[in-house]
Design a protein around this ligand. Structure first.
Ligand code: FE2
Length: 235
């Protein structure tokens, strides 16, 4: 399609401009630059984070994890492509075009595919269970009656048929916690809530190691939760 070709040309020009100005440095190292910052600073591309420290995690083969990292990098690439493509369409006054509308719809899917993977990988790599005296454990007990009740519900959400995510969310207005099913990447997010613990239940997250035994994968997930990272997200 013509606009895709044009976008690729713009990306190439932009890349060269960044190279000249020294902005290319950002491509070579991990950065936590936000999209707002990126837009301000001439739309420098967001860089995929490195989760190779998770390799060797019990219950997750190297093949599975490396495939998963590659899939995540694809979401980062496509999110950057959408930012690069939508900007010129806006500048050219093409907001009424179907291309603009469909790419806008696509943005939430790609962006959430990227960000949910980051939350997921970052709440992995831990050892041991939740700190029962910690604030997250207390909050879970307040919202669900007990940690055990919460875990039963969270495992149940993760085992639901379909592809998506199980997410423990905190409602930042009431402070209450909810376990939610997110369909694919973009459907079902409760507005204004903060993700606390994320479990990927797309088939790519477990089939290489577990086949159809999703419950066994969820068991392996629970053995490797980084509870400190999850607790750090609590408001
Ligand atoms: Fe995934």
């Amino acid at each position: 399609m013509r606009w895709v070709m044009k976008s690729m040309l713009l990306n190439r020009r932009h890349f060269l401009t960044l190279s000249v100005t020294g902005g290319i440095i950002l491509l070579g190292k991990q950065t936590n630059i936000s999209f707002a910052q990126a837009r301000k600073e001439e739309k420098m591309p967001y860089t995929a984070k490195d989760y190779s420290k998770l390799l060797g995690m019990e219950g997750f083969s190297e093949t599975l994890l490396k495939n998963h990292f590659t899939l995540y990098q694809g979401y980062v690439t496509n999110t950057n492509k959408l930012v690069d493509t939508l900007g010129p369409l806006l500048k050219e006054g093409k907001t009424g075009n179907p291309e603009y509308a469909e790419l806008k719809r696509r943005f939430g899917w790609e962006f959430n595919g990227m960000r949910l993977h980051e939350y997921y990988f970052e709440n992995l790599g831990g050892k041991g269970g939740i700190d029962k005296a910690g604030k997250l454990s207390k909050k879970i007990s307040e919202s669900f009656g007990s940690y055990e009740e919460w875990e039963k519900d969270f495992r149940g959400v993760g085992a639901m048929r379909g592809i998506g995510w199980a997410v423990l969310y905190q409602d930042t207005l009431s402070g209450n916690l909810f376990n939610c099913w997110i369909n694919e990447h973009d459907v079902g997010h409760p507005a204004g809530c903060t993700p606390i613990l994320i479990l990927d239940v797309f088939e790519h997250a477990f089939m290489i190691d577990y086949g159809l035994k999703r419950a066994d994968y969820i068991g392996a997930f629970f053995k490797n939760i980084n509870w400190k990272a999850a607790e750090g997200r609590l408001k």
